[in-house]
Design a protein around this ligand. Structure first.
Ligand code: FAD
Ligand code: NAD
Length: 481
């Protein structure tokens, strides 16, 4: 029957599309319903990540980094360049082309795997039925499935007293679309988006970038030593990060944003040409399930799901940003693979302790596992080894010597509990730590491994040697807690 599937996935972001492809690979008749319309009003797969998230932001981070390098770093290498100009329209067109190619790539993968793509809104009904309202069609219809995977993703949180306004007060999607570099840029929220997009526009020439953060600590989810180093680095790049700052009002007068905020020193008003609101994301669960379906949501409207991503309804799973855990593309994708395997009757699990986090600024910030402050709070005895990139021959050769790698290992077993990095190419280096932790490696295992010279990876090796109290290229300093 045309409308009967083994699996229906609602949502075609990195959680949903990966789940759909894996289900199809495992021999299940699979459909994926997605309602995303791109800037041309055309249906597009890939969700937030490919359309307005991971991919376009990384394209702009890369382009803006090259622009900054050619202006400020090439001369250190004896390369003199004059007449450097920014062609923002070309930079934006490049970003849009990458997005288009990748989203169309998912479409091709669906075709190759025989996943049926329905373009429209899906709603879970009672008894694993799904109501489908297709784009451009007046009447909705019903689809049936043995299993339903909910992957509706998330949307930016808005602030009631800071309404979005055209291209002046924008969320993260709008901040990827500016057609000129704002002279005075304001950002509410010093989280991952605020830091990445603040870096993009500062590098492209924003004269001031002011980041207002409500909390009194900077990047509290990161290791404290890393967060301290990151704050120092971003401040020296010209990001004016104001902690403990609560926005109290905002209006746009003659295209200028007038923003009021409070901090420990009292009330302040600042003016910006553009303002980005980046204060977190909320799950897309409104209208996802009919009342009769009795899908259980938690108090913040995330879909209730256990570690196997099972909801309260038999045969209905939920994955990605709309369920507990970090809002990261790779977390959602791994949940998608796990659920497909479980439906196929295989054993599968996601190791939630080894999900890496990366902030793609310069320096890059990356970590996996426990932070030092968390180990202290829980009274776990550990050894710590730190290796600064300044002591790495490769970092010296490339001229990127800021930052360090820190490894934390259990004092009794030597098992690696966490790895924290700030510095060049940490988004790539962190995978070495993830693999080590996934395989249950000890610091000694890494210390005994041979790393090519000269590479940045040697710093990971040296951090492990430092845990053992025997780093080669710095004076030893081992701490037991
Ligand atoms: P989404 O990607 O949000 O996809 C959900 C899809 O479901 C959407 O297409 C939505 O339209 C559709 N949908 C929702 N409800 C329905 C319905 N009822 N019927 C039909 N369709 C529906 N993460 C990283 O890991 N690395 C990064 O570098 C990174 N950078 C980011 C940068 C920015 C600016 C932003 C905003 C996010 C970034 N993220 C990054 C986060 C990442 O985008 C999300 O974690 C990821 O997209 C979540 O995947 P998902 O599949 O759960 O949801
Ligand atoms: P976030 O949770 O990382 O940061 C939001 C920040 O805003 C927090 O520091 C919070 O304290 C602050 N805040 C909240 N309300 C505020 C207010 N009223 N005034 C001032 N500050 C306020 O959220 P985000 O930066 O919006 O990103 C959303 C999600 O997208 C994150 O969970 C992240 O995982 C994901 N993301 C990941 C990447 C990456 O992996 N590189 C990049 C971008 C986004």
């Amino acid at each position: 029957m045309a409308d009967q599937f083994d699996v229906i996935v609602i949502g075609g972001g990195p959680a949903g599309y990966v789940a759909a492809i894996r289900c199809a690979q495992l021999g299940m008749k699979t459909a994926c319903i997605d309602k995303w319309l791109n800037s041309q009003g055309k249906p597009a797969l890939g969700g937030t990540c490919l359309n307005v998230g991971c991919i376009p932001s990384k394209a702009l981070l890369e382009s803006s980094e090259r622009y900054a390098q050619v202006q400020h770093q090439f001369s250190d290498h004896g390369v003199t360049v004059s007449g450097v100009e920014l062609d923002l329209a070309t930079m934006m067109a490049r970003k849009e082309k990458i997005v288009q190619e990748l989203t169309q790539g998912i479409e091709q993968l669906f075709k190759a795997h025989k996943v049926t793509w329905f373009q429209g809104h899906g709603q879970l009904q009672a008894g694993k039925q799904v109501r489908l309202k297709e784009v451009g069609k007046k009447k909705a219809r019903s689809l049936n499935a043995q299993h339903v995977i909910l992957a509706p993703g998330s949307t930016p949180v808005t602030l009631e007293h800071v309404p979005l306004q055209g291209d002046i007060v924008v969320d993260s999607s709008g901040a990827l679309e500016f057609r000129e570099v704002p002279k005075r840029l304001g950002i509410i929220g010093a989280g991952v988006i605020g830091l990445e997009l603040g870096s993009v526009w500062r590098r492209l020439g924003a004269e001031t970038v002011t980041v207002l953060e409500a909390q009194d600590s900077f990047l509290p989810i990161a290791d404290e030593q890393v967060a301290k180093e990151a704050l120092r680095a971003f401040t020296s790049q010209g990001l004016d990060i104001r902690l403990d700052s609560r926005v109290t009002g905002c209006k746009v007068v003659e295209n200028i944003v007038e923003l009021q905020y409070q901090d420990g020193d009292g009330d302040h008003q600042v003016e910006f040409d553009k303002l980005i609101v980046a204060v977190g994301r909320r799950p897309n669960t409104t209208g996802l399930a009919a009342d009769e379906a009795t899908l259980l949501l938690d108090e913040w409207c995330f879909i209730h799901a256990n570690e196997r991503c099972e909801t309260n309804l038999p045969g209905v799973y939920a994955i990605g940003d709309a369920v507990r855990g970090p809002m990261l593309a790779h977390k959602g994708s791994e949940e998608g693979v796990m659920v497909a395997e479980l439906i196929a009757g295989h054993s599968a699990q996601v190791n939630y302790n080894t999900i890496p986090s990366v902030i793609y600024t310069l320096p890059e910030v990356a970590w996996v596992g426990e932070t030092e402050q968390a180990l202290k709070a829980t009274g776990v005895a550990y050894n710590s080894g730190v290796f600064p990139f300044a002591a790495s021959g490769r970092a010296r050769a490339t001229g990127e010597t800021g930052g360090f790698i820190k490894m934390l290992a259990d004092a009794k077993t030597d098992r690696i509990l966490g790895v924290h990095m700030i510095g060049p190419h940490c988004s790539e280096l962190i995978s070495e730590a993830v693999i080590a932790m996934e395989l249950g490696a000890s610091a000694e295992d890494v210390a005994l491994t041979i790393f090519a010279h000269p590479t940045l990876s040697e710093s990971f090796h040296e951090a492990a040697l430092a845990v053992q109290g025997r780093p080669i290229h710095i004076a030893p300093r081992r701490r037991k807690v």
